[in-house]
Design a protein around this ligand. Structure first.
Ligand SMILES: Nc1ncnc2c1ncn2[C@@H]1O[C@H](COP(=O)(O)OP(=O)(O)OP(=O)(O)O)[C@@H](O)[C@H]1O
Ligand SMILES: [Mg+2]
Length: 453
């Protein structure tokens, strides 16, 4: 289930979309309103009374009689008897079947009044028709209610309100239509925003990750264009938000390290999610804060650590595993902060076998005893099994996830392959996070961690 923060996040992401929908709604409503021909309402009123004796009993009886009749007289307004006569007297270009559609007659509750409203494109015509209808109704009722042989009717209709041409059109209602357009636009925008969110299964936020995996998120690395040209962000742009994000990752890793020497493997679901970049920057950040760190390039398929650090990677891990070289003589010291690097060495034909070998387990055990932190770079989990095999021999995997690219399902499958191999998942790192909210989350997360510790 989504929480309030997720809903607000969706709204914030969709502000532009909703703004566009609202504008479109208002625009369409305005355009529609402008193409309507305005119509005008005019209203006349007729009062119904009963002539009779002067006694109270007569009056009461007359009143009851009148009320029961008013409804009938109201219905008479739109009958051909009344309308035909009006069409004739005003010489209208209408028929007794077409005219009633522009007439509305009603009897306000608890009154003896009949209200006649006429809607026309011409305001003066609307008034004339309303008045003519009132007069004609009066006459018709007079004729119908006069008993045979009598000269006058006991019921009398009087026009009490004369229809006047209206200065303002009753339709279209500009304000109402535009309000309606804006509302409709807003609702459409909301629906599109939420459907888009439901259909999109990519991992984008730390909370997306926490919904898939119940492991802590250790960091959010913002997307940064020049990483491709200068992978060592922590060195090249030490004050950037990206460098700050790597230092935050270092701090969070310290919390799960808890003073012991640890060995981690960085892996991901898919290729090019940012594992190598994360490993080298994290290692530099750790070394800068005084930790004794070694980076092992255990990606024996697409090794990049040496390249990113700008060192020679021709001799390394495979020379130890296959050729029996000693780790001390193979290792390269990088910079002067105490960062050690073990490049991959020549690419072997059987990476999984080498990484799962006894020699590899022994090497990691030795390195763990000599260094505070051992960070292994590794291939992605879904295409090959190397990382899952390797992770089993470490304290845990750091699952790197490229924000907005990898789906929840792929992350879940990658985690499942680690668990199936008997490996522990230490935490996740969301990389290439776009948008300003990423950094806020990072701080919030750091606060949460500090509070919990
Ligand atoms: N935070 C980032 N912002 C922008 N681009 C990034 C970021 N991190 C990594 N990249 C770019 O993404 C590409 C892949 O990065 P990297 O080599 O670190 O991924 P990888 O997971 O190690 O890939 P592989 O699966 O090949 O080992 C590189 O071109 C890198 O410059
Ligand atoms: Mg890599």
């Amino acid at each position: 289930m989504m929480g309030l923060r997720e809903y607000l996040g969706i709204l914030r992401k969709s502000l532009l979309l909703m703004g566009a929908c609202v504008l479109l709604g208002a625009g369409l409503a305005t355009a529609w309103t402008l193409t309507r021909t305005p119509t005008y309402d005019s209203e006349s009123q007729v009062f119904v009374s009963t002539q009779g004796g002067g006694s109270l009993a007569d009056l009461a009886q007359g009143s009851t009689f009148t009320q029961s009749r008013v409804a009938t007289y109201t219905a008479l307004v739109t009958t051909p008897t009344v309308t035909s006569a009006v069409i004739k007297s005003l010489n209208l270009n209408e028929t007794s079947t077409s005219l009633p559609s522009s007439i509305s007659a009603s009897n306000p509750t608890n009154t003896n009044l009949i209200q006649i409203t006429v809607t026309q494109k011409n305001p003066a015509l609307a008034a004339s028709i309303a008045n003519a209808l009132a007069d004609r109704l009066t006459q018709t009722v007079q004729e119908l209610e006069t008993p045979v042989g009598d000269s006058s009717s006991p019921v009398k209709l009087t026009r009490v309100s004369t229809a006047q041409p209206s200065p303002r059109p009753s339709s279209p209602n500009v304000a109402l239509n535009i309000t309606f357009g804006i509302l409709l636009g807003l609702i459409t925008g909301l629906i599109i925003a939420f459907v888009r969110e439901l259909v999109n299964t990519k991992v984008r936020t730390a909370s997306d990750l926490e919904q898939v995996l119940s492991v802590p998120n250790l960091g959010l690395i913002p997307f940064r264009k020049d990483v491709q040209l200068q992978p060592l962000v922590v060195i090249n742009s030490p004050t950037s938000t990206s460098a700050e994000a790597f230092r935050m990752l270092r701090t969070n890793l310290r919390f799960i390290e808890m003073g012991k020497n640890r060995c981690y493997v960085a892996t991901s679901s898919l290729p090019t999610e940012g594992k190598s970049t994360t490993v080298v920057n994290l290692a530099i950040a750790l070394a800068e804060s005084g930790s004794k760190v070694v980076v092992v390039d255990a990606d024996l398929r697409r090794p990049r650590v040496a390249e990113y650090l700008g060192i020679d990677g021709s001799v390394g891990l495979t020379d130890i595993l296959v050729g029996g070289a000693h780790w001390k003589s193979t290792m390269v010291e990088w910079g002067n902060a105490g960062l050690h690097v073990l490049p991959s060495g020549p690419i072997p034909p059987n990476p999984s076998e080498l990484l799962g070998s006894e020699e590899m387990t022994t090497l990691l055990a030795v390195l763990s005893s000599q260094f505070e932190i051992v960070l292994c770079d590794a291939p992605p989990l879904l295409p090959v099994t190397d990382s899952a095999i390797l992770a089993r021999a470490t304290d845990g995997a750091i699952l790197v996830v490229a924000g907005g690219r990898t789906s929840r399902g792929q992350v879940a499958n990658a985690a499942a392959s680690l668990t199936a191999a008997g490996a522990n998942i230490a935490g996740t790192v969301l990389t290439m996070v776009r948008g300003s909210q990423s950094y806020g989350y990072a701080y919030e997360y750091a606060d949460k961690q500090t509070g919990a510790a």
